[in-house]
Design a protein. Structure first.
Ligand SMILES: NC(=O)c1ccc[n+]([C@@H]2O[C@H](COP(=O)([O-])OP(=O)(O)OC[C@H]3O[C@@H](n4cnc5c(N)ncnc54)[C@H](OP(=O)(O)O)[C@@H]3O)[C@@H](O)[C@H]2O)c1
Length: 494
């Protein structure tokens, strides 16, 4: 979202980044590589330091070795890459300490402020830690005075989801974090919003006149937003079993995508106005009830020639867990544009394919001139695919070349890999750059979070208090049959 001019202007101001949980997967696989990518594109200030902080005891060099394993030469191929890596690693340090250790934070503070007495550095704190630690870290940071800056410097905090586990716990987190960081300093990350195709949603909708008159209940029959993985919990059993797929994927990633697909045009391309529109549309969605939702849990199955355990057999999962690994829900938006249009969202682990996409299905052509030739032809569909391959396709009906009139469905297809001869940045590159530039458009504002939890909290509580058993589905399948039945109730074939 950001234009890159402000970084150039700010480049005289030094920057210190503290990564809490630096020994973890997310830091090593996503955050450091993204920062390196920005460094290679000269999008970091001239003077910067990145200090990893975690409990694991590591020397600076041992930590740099860990970072280096995940850096890539995408932006600086060839011999120069090694040189850039060494320059980047020289700016990376490591401090070991507890998350509530004042002594540890003082060491961190000393490491962050080494640009000379006259140079107040900007400070970015990245919480790449389990969420139950957020408040401890923020409070200890506050006691040690880490986040306080002189008027000519900023400090900002990035939080990784999940932000609470229901409306009440999310409010508690928001209220208490606000005692240390204002809302303007807080960047709640949903990395799906940094993905190229998702960022393209607004461009597609608002920079192409053709979509404007048809983007409504008159022309759109339904919208499906799907997220699927063909893997299980993969070493994240403890985390996943506590949250489940509705909290891990649906309440955040899928609702955010839905909001971008359904919102009104913001009056300006500005964080405030974009987020106002997203909140408005989320506020128009009634809370889900048990009738609107299906949950599933994968059982043992065969996939790509291999046998996979069921969820309950995975290491670290309690034997009677009812945590859903699959969820499907039908949402309605009560406004003039969308009244009566079902938005179906579904997410699952252990499915046949890894796929995230939005399918916007248009209505049938009324009194179709080509009936009965068109009997088997499905209506138009716009498919916006996020993964595995970024792609936008529009399904149209065409005449099959020949002497008689036969109709067929065909694709107008934009595949990112072949259409754009450019490096597609990782979502974290884009989002980290936005944080540095102070652009909050792609981050979740507190009221957006409230609205999203209001949609899911009642049904999550009902599912849990009634101990509703998820329907089993074999690993490698398309999910539980009840999801097909739910979709069929709304005239949708999944
Ligand atoms: N990985 C992803 O793709 C992903 C995606 C979305 C959101 N997230 C969120 O981002 C956070 C970081 O992800 P991650 O995969 O790097 O997580 P992680 O490896 O579980 O945790 C990161 C670091 O936090 C510390 N830590 C972990 N559990 C702790 C505990 N019980 N008590 C105290 N410290 C603990 C560990 O460092 P030390 O032991 O060295 O202190 C660990 O290296 C996650 O908590 C999750 O909420 C991750």
């Amino acid at each position: 979202m950001a234009s890159h001019s402000s970084i150039a202007e700010a480049s005289n101001q030094p920057l210190s980044i503290a990564v809490f949980g630096a020994s973890g997967d997310l830091a090593l696989k996503k955050i450091y590589p993204a920062l390196f990518a920005l460094f290679c594109q000269q999008l970091l200030p001239a003077h910067f330091k990145i200090i990893g902080y975690a409990r694991t005891e590591l020397s600076h060099d041992a930590f740099r070795d860990r970072i280096m394993r995940h850096l890539t030469c995408r932006y600086v191929p060839g011999e120069k890459c090694e040189e850039r890596m060494q320059a980047f690693l020289a700016a990376c340090e490591y401090v070991s300490g507890g998350y509530d250790s004042i002594e540890g934070y003082r060491k961190l503070d000393a490491a962050m402020k080494c640009f000379g007495p006259d140079q107040a550095e900007n400070r970015l704190f990245y919480m790449s830690i389990p969420p139950f630690l957020f408040l401890d870290v923020a409070n200890t940071m506050h006691t040690a005075g880490l986040e306080s800056r002189p008027p000519n410097a900023w400090s900002r905090v990035v939080l990784e989801k999940p932000f609470g586990s229901d409306r009440a716990s999310s409010d508690f987190l928001t209220e208490n974090m606000a005692k240390v960081f204002t809302e303007d300093q807080t960047y709640r990350i949903d990395h799906y919003l940094g993905k190229e195709v998702i960022q393209n949603l607004m461009v597609l909708r608002f920079a192409n006149l053709i979509f404007d008159p048809i983007w409504n209940r008159s022309c759109i029959h339904h919208v499906c937003i799907s997220w699927g993985e063909d893997i299980g919990v993969e070493g994240r059993a403890g985390y996943f079993d506590q949250y489940g797929i509705l909290r891990d994927v649906m309440q955040n990633h899928l609702l955010q995508i839905m909001a971008l697909a359904a919102m009104e045009e913001p009056i300006r391309l500005d964080a405030k106005y974009i987020r106002d529109e997203k909140v408005k549309v989320l506020r128009g969605v009634p809370a889900l009830t048990l009738n609107d939702v299906v949950i599933g849990q994968y059982t043992a199955g065969e996939h790509n020639g291999a046998h996979h355990k069921g969820y309950l057999e995975e290491e670290g999962i309690p034997p009677h867990s009812i945590t859903p690994t699959y969820g499907a829900a039908v949402l309605k938006i009560h406004n003039r544009r969308w009244d009566g249009v079902p938005f179906l969202i579904r997410a699952g682990k252990g499915l046949r394919d890894r796929r995230t996409e939005i399918r916007i299905r248009f209505r049938e052509v009324p009194a179709n001139l080509f009936t009965p030739n068109s009997a088997d032809i499905a209506p138009n569909e716009l498919v916006i695919r996020v993964q595995p391959d970024a792609e936008i396709s529009f399904q149209i009906t065409t005449k099959v070349p020949g002497l008689n009139i036969a109709l067929a469905k065909n694709d107008l297809n934009l595949q990112y890999a072949s259409a754009f001869q450019t490096i597609i940045p990782d979502a974290y590159e884009c989002l980290l750059l936005d944080v540095l530039e102070g652009d909050r458009s792609l981050f979740i504002r507190a009221d957006e979070l409230e609205a999203a939890w209001d949609i899911f909290t009642p049904v999550l509580h009902d599912l849990e208090s009634c101990t509703i058993q998820p329907q089993g589905y074999p690993f490698g399948s398309t999910g539980p049959q009840a999801a097909q039945a739910l979709a069929a109730l709304h005239g949708v074939e999944w």
